[in-house]
Design a binder for this molecule. Structure first.
Ligand SMILES: [Zn+2]
Length: 459
């Protein structure tokens, strides 16, 4: 029995239509974690879809109540062949964002998997149902061909990722022993290009906060008082202008990362430039001496998510009392998260903006993570993916967006390697979410090859 047999096995799984049937069954669960009415479905996804499949694969499963009352249930499973073998941890989330049913293209229904041309449409296909389905199917194929995996595997499936993974970090801290493993290999997010595998080893962090300037009680007539009363919107705009310049370059020294080393630069330089995708990248935006890919994968970015003063829908002739901007910093490792807001405070004070208040948002904080590109697991996965597909994968030091990778990297202390099975145009979090059949088929082969290889010896 050979590696090729395992690849043929997943190929048959895809070609024979079983893959479609399985994905359709997962998509049919209306697991909108943002919709409290669907709370019972979150548990059903685990008990009715995941547990039977995992048990058939030889996992022992445990369902856990989320330690945070705002979070859905969490499933863990373990399949131990021999405690002396390496243990892989994998992860998925079964919840999806709101269906947005009315906005889907004519003929498409979010919870009914629909094949059209080279695409499979359905809410949660790309994010994240196809991703954990592919990994489970690849494990099944290796097991079917070899009769054993050759390694141990553990799994965590959460049902609250789309509401910020409440309770997940706490759960991980309380279940370190249960989840003890050698590496995390999991899937979420898009490939950089559909016809080539992508690996990423961490994520940018993010922190959101309000900047508020509240000067007085109520608005005052702009004729009678204009020139006499300070305008909060103007002052807040200047405060923001002190944070970053007119092309978005960050001016706060502590917000400028020191982690863009030659290694990371070299890794980023091999990535394709976002070409042809909408919208077009603004070449004259962001840190001047960096390439666009360095700006998004290797640097921090500051954004104003929303901004108000007065009543924008119905302006009146008055000096507003208050101005507010909701801001966000996306940051890479090498930025001290605990100093992000204190550094901002110091900076605003130094520039005369002592009156501007900073208030951090609850549940909008993600730590940044990044695995050293020299970690042996990176090379190992890269070699395996290259062997299966005949081409080197794109390797991102970290995803530009965020995901709860700190739970694995920091709390469990694992090297983390993510192999995404979707693509940039998949409309995740939007109407008409879909996956590409060709990417699914390729990913099934890549993962079967990878799990086959790990069974012959880990790094
Ligand atoms: Zn998502």
């Amino acid at each position: 029995m050979s590696r090729n047999n395992a690849l043929e096995q997943v190929e048959t799984y895809f070609q024979g239509g079983e893959f479609f049937t399985d994905l359709a069954a997962l998509v049919a669960f209306e697991t909108e974690s943002q919709n409290p009415d669907q709370a019972p479905i979150l548990g059903q996804y685990l008990t009715d879809a995941m547990v039977p499949r995992l048990e058939a694969l030889g996992f022992e499963c445990v369902l856990h109540k989320n330690p945070d009352a705002g979070g859905g249930p969490i499933l863990t499973g373990a399949r131990i062949e021999d405690p002396s073998l390496p243990t892989i941890l994998t992860y998925g989330h079964g919840d999806v964002v709101l269906a947005q049913t009315e906005q889907w293209r004519e003929g498409l229904r979010p919870f009914e998997l629909m094949e059209q041309g080279d695409r499979l449409y359905g809410r949660g296909t790309a994010d994240n149902k196809v991703q954990h389905l592919i990994n489970l199917a690849a494990l099944e194929s290796v097991l079917a061909v070899r009769g054993r995996l050759g390694f141990n595997v553990k799994i965590v499936i959460e049902m609250s990722e789309e509401i910020g993974s409440p309770g997940l970090a706490e759960f991980m801290k309380a279940n370190k022993d249960r989840l003890k493993s050698d590496v995390l290999i999991a899937s979420d997010g898009p490939r950089l290009q559909p016809d080539r595998a992508t690996m990423f080893m961490g994520a940018r962090g993010g922190i959101s906060f309000d900047l508020t300037l509240d000067l007085r009680e109520g608005a005052h007539h702009s004729g009678n008082w204009g020139g006499l009363l300070a305008d909060p919107a103007i002052i807040l705009s200047h405060a923001i202008a002190s944070i970053c310049d007119a092309r978005g370059q960050i001016q706060i020294p502590a917000w400028r990362p020191t982690s863009l080393t030659d290694d990371i630069r070299a890794a980023i330089s091999e990535l394709p430039v976002n070409d042809g995708n909408d919208p077009k990248v603004d070449d004259d935006w962001g840190e001047e001496n960096l390439t666009p890919n360095e700006r998004v994968y290797g640097w921090n970015s500051f954004a104003i998510l929303a901004m108000t003063s007065g009543v924008p829908e119905a302006p009146v002739n008055a000096i507003a009392a208050k101005a507010c901007a909701t801001c966000q910093l996306r940051y890479v490792v090498g930025t001290k998260p605990e100093d992000i807001l204190p550094a901002l405070r110091r900076h605003l004070d130094q520039h005369g903006f002592q009156q501007v208040q900073i208030e951090q948002h609850e549940r909008a904080f993600f730590p940044a993570t990044r695995l050293d590109p020299a970690n042996p697991w990176v090379k190992y996965v890269e070699d395996s993916l290259t062997r299966t597909s005949g081409q080197k994968p794109h390797i991102l030091p970290n995803l530009a967006g965020s995901l709860p990778n700190d739970c694995f990297a920091d709390i469990l202390g694992l090297p983390t390697v993510w192999v995404p099975h979707s693509y940039l145009g998949c409309s995740q979090h939007a109407p008409n979410e879909h996956v590409l059949k060709a990417v699914c088929q390729d990913s099934l082969r890549l993962m079967a090859g990878l799990f086959w290889d790990i069974g012959t010896g880990a790094p």
